[in-house]
Design a binder for this molecule. Structure first.
Ligand code: FO1
Length: 351
């Protein structure tokens, strides 16, 4: 069986569910591995991280994709702008205004001001995102998962009331915004779970369901499977659209060995009772043939030992280098994902 390549498919409509830094890094490789103009990439971005802070609306994962692909990202931080300053942040702190823990950059602030002004004028987040991308030209279509507000909050034991016995002798549980847990507490406070406030009423943004239905390939980059891709899949209609899609769905493990490549996916997996392993994440997404959302799964070369169990879960597995050390390495990973997708698309049993 000759392995099909993307060129054998229709000129390549690729839908990518993406979170922040991991998703953006992957997209740099995906864009690099395709001949220019060969494919149209639609990114469905996570907006569960979004937050109102100092009166402006910040969309971390959308901005990280936009800045990274548009050439404005701070390579050192992976978020926010390069050659950034934080004078406004310092001035706000001088007034004693909270949150002082949020890294609001001066250049980044311009993006939030434009977005906030446009939202206040009645434009939808998807329209605002398209307008911001006019400047940055990311080379992909960037869609928020939803135009409706759906914010990830983290359930933790109330640090202020640690002594008090709550239900069942546990201290009372409180919910804090994901950004506070992630930035202020570095995800070091054990999370009992996540609640995406408003997700039940959130609708997929215009173009999202069509991008999934019309895709030739659907990819899950190594973004956080719980609070990034996991949140996108909670938008009513999106997981169902992926289950029904004709395109093969291939994901990539954000976990190498038993540790996340970066970020704190292990703290997120623990919060929902999952071990930090490439197999656990694949099983969490589940095989499409048994009601899940993926057909194929890439694990890191050193984790080839889990491929038997991945296949037993009904998912076609491949072990390839998954460290996105530079664009060339990431392009090779993206190519491996596309080749696996083409193989799945071409095989009669679709697995
Ligand atoms: N991450 C941090 O670790 N510290 C920050 O102060 C911080 C500020 C920030 C501002 C704008 C933005 O778009 C992202 C920012 N991030 C910061 C990253 C952000 O918390 C994460 O990228 C996502 O929310 C999780 O992927």
């Amino acid at each position: 069986m000759t392995s099909m390549t993307l060129a054998d498919l229709h000129p390549g409509r690729i839908a990518v569910l993406a979170g922040g830094i991991g998703g953006a890094r992957f997209l740099m490789g995906l864009r690099a591995c395709l001949p220019p103009g060969q494919a149209q990439i639609t990114v469905i971005g996570n907006t569960g991280d979004d937050i109102w802070v100092h009166g402006v609306r910040v969309c971390p994962d959308l901005d990280t994709v936009m800045y990274t692909l548009g050439g404005g990202i701070s390579a050192e931080r992976g978020w926010g702008r390069e050659t950034e300053t934080f004078v406004v942040k310092e001035e706000l702190a001088a007034y004693g205004v909270e949150p002082t823990w949020f890294g609001l950059g001066d250049r980044d602030l311009a993006t939030h001001l434009v977005r906030t002004q446009s939202l206040r004028a009645g434009f939808a987040l998807s329209e605002v995102t398209a307008a911001l991308c006019e400047r940055w030209q990311p080379g992909v279509r960037l869609l928020p998962m939803s135009d409706d507000r759906a914010e990830t909050h983290v359930l933790i034991s109330d640090p202020e009331r640690a002594g008090e016995p709550g239900a069942g002798g546990q201290p009372p549980t409180v919910a804090i915004h994901f950004q506070e847990w992630w930035i202020r507490h570095r995800a070091a406070i054990p999370a009992h779970g996540f609640r995406v406030i408003g997700i039940e009423d959130a609708r997929p943004a215009p173009g999202v369901l069509e991008a999934i239905a019309e895709a030739d390939v659907i990819l899950f980059p190594p973004s956080n499977p719980v609070v990034s891709i996991g949140v996108i899949l909670q938008v009513p209609g999106i997981a169902e659209a992926i289950r029904r899609a004709t395109a093969p769905v291939v994901g990539m493990s954000p976990i190498i060995g038993n540790a996340p490549v970066r970020g704190m996916a292990d703290a997120c997996l623990a919060a929902i009772g999952l071990p930090t392993s490439p197999l656990a994440v694949a099983q969490h997404y589940g095989a499409r043939e048994s009601g899940g959302v993926i057909d194929g799964w890439l694990v890191h070369a050193d984790d080839a030992g889990v491929l038997g169990a991945v296949e037993a879960a009904g998912i076609r597995g491949r072990a390839v280098p998954l460290l996105m050390t530079d664009v060339a390495a990431t392009a090779a990973m993206a190519r491996a994902a596309l080749d696996l997708a083409a193989e799945i698309a071409g095989s009669p049993d679709r697995r």
